[in-house]
Design a binder for this molecule. Sequence first.
Ligand code: SAH
Length: 233
Amino acid sequence: MHLFFPFQRKGNFFYISGSEYKHLKVRRIRFGEEIGIIYKNRVYKCVLKEKGKEYAIAEIVSVLEPEIPNIELTLYQAVTHNLQTMDFIIQKAVELGIAHFTPLITERSFKNIHAIEKREVRWKKIATEAMKQSGRPNFLKINPPQNLEDLEPNCELNILLDNFSEGLTVKELTFENLQSVSVIVGPEGGFSKKETDLLRRKGFIPVRLKPYVLRTETAAVAAISIIMNFADP
Ligand code: SAH
């Protein structure tokens, strides 16, 4: 079922316009055909009722109840020098169910704040497309870039992905009864010793994924997928 975002709801009807309407036409959806509508953290099964010049109208058939994870995962991702890698990470992170995304500035990360902020429009678009694709009902929150020194371990479990640490392996973590988890992933060149020392002192727990050193995007995807599947209460 193809999913769309409406611009408004009136009673049992959703109105679809602009680029969403364009998508609907490209997909050649016909009258009476089923579509999904993502609206206020819910997905509705609808049928297409009307196709006007400016907008289409869909009528609600039923409310689907796709899961919103009980666990809120925040990803602090060191900004990669190839910004396309960030696009990839965001797309995968939305599919895998993270709630918050914060681009992180570190010693060896990409540091041009202006370029990062400019990229946010694109990230929002990628995130919304990924939502539709995966049937996810809630939006990803994309935060402004943050400096590594300013990070605080604000969640119930705060993980520092560190391939150099003799730290814990995933198996040694306790995931039970958690509602919020954060995970920090380093840039292509890794963290400096000073950075990992600082984050450990602050209370982030160093975790090593087995068995090899991963690319930053692989590490992010692997960690998110492990956490989302093991930590959901
Ligand atoms: N060239 C760097 C590799 C950094 S990999 C080096 O030699 O250290 C980029 C980031 O991915 C790391 O900073 C870490 O956060 C994460 N990462 C990669 N492999 C990992 C692993 N096996 N365990 C934990 N984190 C890992």
